[in-house]
Every structure is written in C-alpha cells, then in structure tokens.
Design a protein around this ligand. Structure first.
Ligand code: UTP
Length: 295
C-alpha cells in the first residue's frame, strides 16, 4: 500500500454561520490566539508526514495564498533585529512548511464538488482531507492516526467521535460494528446525513478528517452527474457507497475538535488554546479566574 503524502484542504465554503466576520475574510483565516485556523491544519498535515497540500479556495480568498508565501517587506523589517529574531523565524517558517498548491472552486457546490477540483493533483493515490474549518488538537496528529489506519487496511477511513445526542441531527450518524483486536477502528456500512431522532444509528459522527482512495473521484463524478441541477451531491453518499462495498472504516480518533465554522466553536478554541499558550497562558488563566468571579 502506498504511503499517503498528499492532502486536500477544502476552504471554499461561504461561511454563512460566522457572518459578518467571514464577509471579506475567509473563515479559514480566523485566528486562534496568534495563528490562522488554516495554519493549524497545514501544521497537522506536515506533522503527519504529508508533503504536498492542495488548498481549495474561491474568489476573495487570496489572503490564504499570501499567508503561505514569503512576505518580503515583513521579513526584511524583522531580520537582523535581535529582539525580533523569533518572530522573523516564525514568519519565514510559514512559507516553508510544505509544498502548498492552490486551486479555485468556481462555483460553491458543496464539499464533494470542491474535492473534485483536486482530481489531477491527487492522481492515482490515496489522500487525506482536512476540512478547512475543523481544528483538532492532539499529541498524535489526527491525520497521522487515520493514515496509519489506511495503510493497515487499504480502505477509506473516516475520522469519527461521539457527539452529544441533542447535536447529532447537525452531523451524520454511522452504523458501526467492532473489528476484532481493534480499539478505535470499526467497520462502517451505513451513514445517514443529518438524521431525525428515529434515524439515529449511533452517536458517532464524521468530524473533519478522512483518508480516501483515488476511486473517490469517479464516485463524485458519477454522483454529480446524477444529481439534478440546483441540488447538492453530498460527500456522505460517497462514504455510503464505499461502506456498502466493505471499503470503509470509521476511526474513533484521539483529539479535541473545535468547529471554527460556528461562533461558539471559535470562542472555545481561542479560550482553550490561549490557556495552554506558552506566552500568555498563565496571565490568561488569571484573567479568566477573576472574570468568572464577577458572574
Ligand atoms: P461547511 O459546510 O462547514 O462550510 O463545509 P460552509 O458552507 O462555509 O458553512 P456555512 O454553512 O455556510 O456556514 C466544510 C468545509 O468545506 C468547505 C468549507 O470551506 C469548509 O472548510 N467547502 C464547503 C468548500 O470548499 N466548498 C463548498 O462548496 C462547500
């Protein structure tokens, strides 16, 4: 089985749930303390052994490209100043993280359609997908957890966690069964998108990370061709097709996920990551403790 070295980060959504913040600024660029969301994702991919990353953007998201490029004015201004040495290194490092490519999704037709823009980038290899607004913090990067599982089973892997019952209707629900000798990997044969209460199969939902076989693109093409104009073809239907053919595994990953596509998720991410931040962690903790007393 081929080693997974390519990843796609779809970042071409409209971000309507975080308007007006996302009106002229892509939600993928919203900061968590001192780094934009998408940088956490690129770093996770790199720490998982990914060497080539395709970011799917659209009109108005050129700042994402700028972020992963050199900023000559900025670097020249910081260089040689002893008190700015660390900043200089940090800023320069962002441009050297990985081979990063960009392509535009010309119409916002959903996640499956966005992935199809990566067809020729991926070629005939398995690949990882990191949803552009899902940040997952863990010691062992989640993409690495999933690629190891792919390399073991040669099947599509969807990263899952259990979500609270009252929230499952916002996600999808998976029919899973245990695999002997595995603690985290489960067979998945069926998925229902945005289930009503009587459709809940389990509280496991797919959260932001998947590793897929190259045949994914044919399945998306077929699905899009059979979807009436104006309707969305969901990536979930691709997972379902893989599942029906015993080509899908759900992996219960270790990690804390933050949904940067909604307002509460943004605040949780900032708060928790600030508490662990080497520079401001201690003073932020003190601030929070004092603040809580006033409630
Ligand atoms: P979401 O459904 O969370 O993104 O897609 P959205 O459409 O921006 O959200 P709302 O509902 O309007 O607030 C998950 C990921 O897929 C990307 C998004 O950028 C996000 O990172 N996406 C979504 C695309 O790249 N293209 C699309 O057509 C839709």
């Amino acid at each position: 089985i081929m080693k997974i070295r390519k990843a796609i980060i779809p970042a071409a959504g409209l971000g309507t749930r975080v308007l007006p913040a996302s009106k002229s600024m892509p939600k993928e660029m919203l900061p968590i303390v001192d780094k934009p969301t998408i940088q956490y994702l690129v770093e996770e991919a790199v720490n998982s052994g990914i060497t080539d990353i395709l970011i799917i953007t659209n009109r108005g998201k050129g700042v994402i490209e700028d972020h992963f490029d050199h900023s000559f004015e900025l670097e020249a201004g910081l260089k040689g100043n002893p008190s700015k040495e660390k900043l200089y290194e940090d800023v320069k490092a962002v441009a050297n993280l990985a081979n990063i490519y960009f392509i535009r999704q010309k119409e916002t037709k959903g996640l499956a359609h966005a992935l199809l823009c990566g067809k020729s980038f991926v070629g005939n290899e398995p690949f990882a997908v990191l949803y552009g607004d899902d940040v997952i913090v863990s010691d062992d990067p989640v993409t690495a957890q999933l690629t190891r599982c792919y390399e073991k089973y040669d099947k599509g892997i969807v990263g899952v966690n259990e979500v609270p019952e009252e929230l499952i209707r916002l996600y999808c629900t998976l029919d899973v069964s245990p695999i002997e000798g595995e603690e985290k990997a489960m067979t998945c044969r069926r998925i229902i998108e945005k289930p009503s209460p009587d459709q809940i199969l389990s509280l496991f939902a797919i959260l932001g990370r998947v590793v897929l076989p190259p045949e994914t693109f044919e399945l998306i093409e077929k699905g899009l061709a059979n979807t009436p104009e104006g309707e969305e073809f969901y990536l979930t239907d691709v997972f379902t097709e893989l599942g029906m053919n015993d080509k899908l595994i759900a992996y219960n990953f270790d990690g804390k996920r933050y949904d940067m596509g909604n307002k509460l998720g943004i605040m949780e991410a900032n708060c928790e990551i600030a508490l662990k931040h080497p520079e401001i962690g201690e003073s932020f903790k003190k601030y929070l403790k004092d603040l809580v007393k006033t409630f």
